[in-house]
Write a protein that binds this ligand. Sequence first.
Ligand code: MN
Ligand code: MN
Length: 295
Amino acid sequence: MPKFISPVNPFAGVQVGYEEADYVVLGFPYDLTSTYRLGSRNAPNAIREASLNIETYSPRTGLFLENLKIRDLGDLEVSTLEDPFQQLTAVFKDVFNAGKFAVTLGGEHTLTHSTVKALPENVMLLVFDAHLDMRDVYEGRSFSHTTHLRRLTEEIDPNRLLMVGVRAIAMEELESARKRGIRYITSPQILKHGFNWTVRRIEEHFKKASSVYISFDMDVLDPSYAPAASNPEPEGLNPTFTLNLLEVLASRIPEVVGLDLVEFSPAYDNGVTAVLGAKIVFEVLCLVEAAGCRR
Ligand code: MN
Ligand code: MN
């Protein structure tokens, strides 16, 4: 097992032993390829702190998060590991094979490449993001938070992926996404056509899916709700709308196997992005618990 830094404040203040846990939280404080607003390495602890200062009641499920069996492993010690991405894949595989649901707190979005690599090929991917993250090379890097989904969809079947809330696309990304049949729904489409339309589009994509992994880039939300997204983009989604979408999906997809929450830079926060990040994790865990589809 790689080295973890124990959390001063475990997520939501609830801790059971690893063996007993149904849900495992781990931080991946890696932000070395970030652009614009740096410092997402501090997000796991900011989210943990916020998680201690909101009620654990889930209004959608009637559950209290504090009654779920959660283990916070702490943060992977990314600065001293030779290949933190490989280590993350190894840890994620262990957690997944133990039948547990893993929540990975970033850090930047590059971590999703490592968690998805740990999953079997039949797991579909639902990515919430304002961006496609599909540039070929950016600032001389072929693997960064702006290119990681290009690399991932070159390595896995791109039909596994659906992106929701997209609105910021580079010309080269648009061309390559079209050529490769990448599927995405934009936030202006969502806001124009509404909730039921969006549910239908997502369900269409996942109708044969037995299991889905969710990656949540905080910038999918409108900057008015998530002001400290690392690369904020106007015209984003509303958190209640987004959690209501997840509520419907969690009840209809046979199994949700994991979640990551990425691209939040606490230095730019007035406190509300951290609380919202914690709340999104609370609600997703309670929705998974209520649907009985936890691993
Ligand atoms: Mn992203
Ligand atoms: Mn993004």
